[in-house]
Design a protein around this ligand. Structure first.
Ligand code: NAG
Ligand code: NAG
Ligand code: NAG
Length: 704
């Protein structure tokens, strides 16, 4: 139970983190320097936007080898993935009916919201598509069939639980085994979050399952569907509220439970994702923002791994930090096979549950028919949806960390396993930011670690345009970057802009190699032969440039040497490497010089501010909490209580709950639904949060 005393360690931990951040800030940033920094006019790009006055809330719905389908307002655009040429004759138009948009206006929504934003499109069978739109806050789906190059509407059905009401809601969906699995909200006010596959859904208003989630992505893997999201952490029982990154999974073939559990998942489990910098006080990047697709490759070990890249940030009201982490699918599965978290009563801490009380078959595993499961099994998973262990990132730390007051990571996409001339493979990773930039980096795996080498930093959109989605397109360096109202096809292939062999080597871009014959840095997808090419992604060794192409023997000797070099496991400890890393550190220090100076100039101010802020926060926190509990000595945790109350209010007219029959639901609900949006669950803690944010913001301001 929170008390004034239990708040204090919290405050000091936060202070420590801030201090550590400022003090070691640039110690973490071996990658602060990018080899290339490209301004907006130096990046080849093709832009696509509609000329309407209302926003489009663009999202890539579907991509194949030659087209992308872009969801916007009242329309799905079909663009060539090679040149963004719009195939106007295969656009899909779908506007809200007059009645629906009028009703939406009546419910108090703005004109912008009372439109049909297409959010879901899946090809269900060849030539057949399932598409869903927000339809003026009344989600609707259609089955379309292609007939003589025209799309005809075969069927129309309600989209509640499949598609969000609000085009800005963070929802996700995946189509697998003939079913749509969606993670969204199922009510007008956006509070009834659910993971749904007809007719199964997550428990209603059960904060142990979902607690105000922002869904990020979903994918199918083996017998399961995995969902990535961030949500308020129900297991965090100290002051205030904290968001955690999560992965959840359900069995694809779940048939629901027996009796009254027939409409509920019997396999829903979730676990925390741990993307943090290890240490006595690990520093967490708790808020997941984006994930890549699954990539299969070798990462420093002999066996192939299936991994995903994820980007995480610190909370918006703290110092801006972003990280790129890798999670292996195997480690995610291991956590789901491990201990469950258990909460004895509503106020007790969540603790690991002894394996001996876990029923058989193990809850969460796929079974042939879940409808015949014992009540004991079904009840167990309902009360134990959370795994004890957090999924650890590969090698226990992020691949790339950036601390910046100016931007955060928002999106990630991977060009997986790009082959180099000596037959090694590397992942090229693109990261989007909320200030319109795209970073291009390469993941260089070692034995027990993995290093990120940032190749370039590219201004793709103006500084106040967050990138929402990134996708790779065919061709080395080709990326699709999506923002709210504009989509760009950009080429981040820098080979041709480089005119010296040393620079070409140091770029360490798997896409580029130096042609000793032509004396040019060439893109590997444009060459027909690897003869006379040199490349060194692993070390960026410029000695490779010393070889003249005049005789073939010499070239082959070089090749041989490089093979040995690459295979030597001790190479990382080598003297040359040490020298090189010293050089790199030197260079980095130079580049970080400014930041360092600014940071140290302001360090005193920040420390002072933070201490005063911490004391004020601690005092207010202690005072309020002790008053609260003085008045109700036996009161249960009021945070949860309020949450439950709020949920209950909302759920009266929730999706898939029996509700009293009314004559005209829409009209009757108008007054309830036009109420101002739900207040902060933590009403009583709100003052605390504000003081907290206030001090942090002050600190930020002095910092700037
Ligand atoms: C998009 O356009 C391409 C080329 O015209 C076409 O082959 C493809 O079927 C179109 N996609 C849809 C969903 O209409
Ligand atoms: C969705 O996620 C974005 C990016 O993290 C965030 O800025 C936005 O507020 C979220 N949308 C909603 C409706 O919460
Ligand atoms: C997260 O990972 C770090 C580094 O491996 C570890 O120190 C920390 O204890 C982990 N945290 C949780 C909650 O598992």
């Amino acid at each position: 139970m929170p008390s004034a005393l239990s708040c204090l360690p919290e405050i000091f931990a936060n202070l420590l983190v801030i201090l550590c951040l400022t003090r070691t800030g640039y110690g973490w940033l071996p990658d602060l320097s990018s080899k290339l920094v490209n301004s907006i006019n130096r990046i080849p790009s093709i832009s696509f936007k509609s000329n309407a006055s209302l926003p489009d809330h663009f999202t890539v719905l579907y991509q194949d080898d030659n087209s992308i389908l872009l969801g916007g307002r009242e329309k799905v655009y079909n663009l060539s993935v090679f040149d963004f040429n719009e195939r106007k004759d295969s656009s899909i138009y779908w506007a809200s009916s007059e009645a629906h948009s009028q009703l939406c206006n009546l419910k108090g929504k703005a004109e912008e919201d009372c439109q049909n934003y297409i959010r879901i499109l899946f090809q269900t069978t060849p030539g057949k598509f399932l598409i869903c739109g927000t339809n003026s806050y009344k989600p609707l789906c259609r089955i379309l069939r292609r007939q003589n190059d025209k799309m005809i509407v075969e069927k129309e059905m309600e989209g509640t639980g499949l598609c969000p009401y609000d085009p800005e809601h963070n929802s996700t969906a995946v189509y697998s085994s003939g079913h749509l699995f969606s993670a969204t909200v199922a009510d007008f006010s956006g509070t009834d979050s659910l993971i749904y596959r007809e007719p199964l859904r997550t428990e209603l208003s059960d904060l142990r399952q979902l607690n105000a989630p922002n869904f990020i992505s979903s994918l199918t893997y083996g017998d399961y569907i995995y969902f990535f999201f961030r949500e308020t952490a129900v297991e965090y029982m100290n002051c205030g509220k904290v968001i955690y990154s999560r992965v959840a999974r359900v069995c694809k073939h779940d048939k629901g439970g027996p009796h009254q559990s027939s409409g509920r998942w019997t396999t829903f489990l979730k676990a925390r994702l741990n993307c943090s910098i290890p240490g006595e006080y690990p520093f967490y990047f708790d808020e997941i923002q984006s994930t890549s697709d699954i990539v299969e490759g070798r990462y420093g070990e002999d066996r192939a791994e299936k991994i995903i890249y994820t980007v995480h940030t610190t909370p918006t009201n703290s110092i801006g930090g972003s990280a790129l982490c890798i999670f292996t699918m195997a480690s995610i599965q291991d956590v789901f096979g491990g201990a469950f978290k258990h909460q004895e009563s509503i106020n007790s801490n969540w603790l690991p549950l002894s394996e001996s009380v876990v029923p058989n078959p193990r809850p969460g595993e796929c079974v042939p028919d879940s409808r015949v499961l014992a009540d004991r099994n079904v009840n167990f998973i309902k009360t134990h949806p959370m795994m004890e262990e957090a999924v650890g990132a590969m090698h226990g730390r992020p691949v790339l960390v950036r601390v910046s007051l100016h931007y955060r990571f928002t999106a990630v996409a991977v060009d997986g396993q790009v082959r180099t001339i000596d037959d090694e493979t590397y992942d090229v990773v693109y990261i989007g930011t909320d200030n319109g930039k795209v970073l291009k980096m390469v993941n260089i795996p070692g034995i027990n670690s993995t290093k990120a080498h940032v190749i370039s930093e590219n201004e793709v959109f103006s500084i106040n345009t967050p990138i929402r989605q990134l996708k790779t397109a065919p061709g080395y360096g080709r990326v699709i970057a999506v923002t709210k109202d504009e989509v760009k096809l950009i080429t981040l292939n820098h080979c041709e802009t480089i005119h010296h062999c040393n620079e070409c080597m140091e770029l360490r871009d798997p896409h580029c190699a130096w042609d000793l014959m032509k004396s040019a840095c060439v893109s590997l997808d444009a060459v027909t032969s690897f003869r006379y090419l040199v490349q060194d992604v692993k070390n960026g060794n410029i000695l490779k440039c010393k070889n003249s192409p005049t005789n073939d023997n010499e070239v082959s000797v070089v090749k041989h040497e490089r093979k040995e070099f690459a295979d030597d496991p001790l190479e990382d400890d080598g003297f040359v490497d040490e020298l090189k890393s010293k050089e790199a550190a030197e260079e980095e220090r130079k580049e970080c010089g400014d930041l360092g100076r600014v940071a140290s100039d302001y360090l005193h101010m920040i420390v002072g501010g933070a201490i005063v802020g911490g004391l004020v926060f601690g005092f207010v926190c202690g005072y309020l909490v002790s008053r609260r509990f003085h008045a109700h000595p036996n009161a249960p945790s009021f945070i949860e209580q309020r949450n439950h109350l709020d949920r209950l209010n909302v759920n009266q007219n929730s999706f898939l709950t029996p509700r009293p029959k009314t004559v005209n639901l829409d009209v009757l609900n108008v007054s309830a639904e036009t109420l101002p949006p739900k207040k902060d669950n933590l009403d009583s803690l709100k003052n605390l949060n504000i003081t907290n944010e206030g001090t942090l913001q002050k600190i930020k301001k002095t910092y700037i």
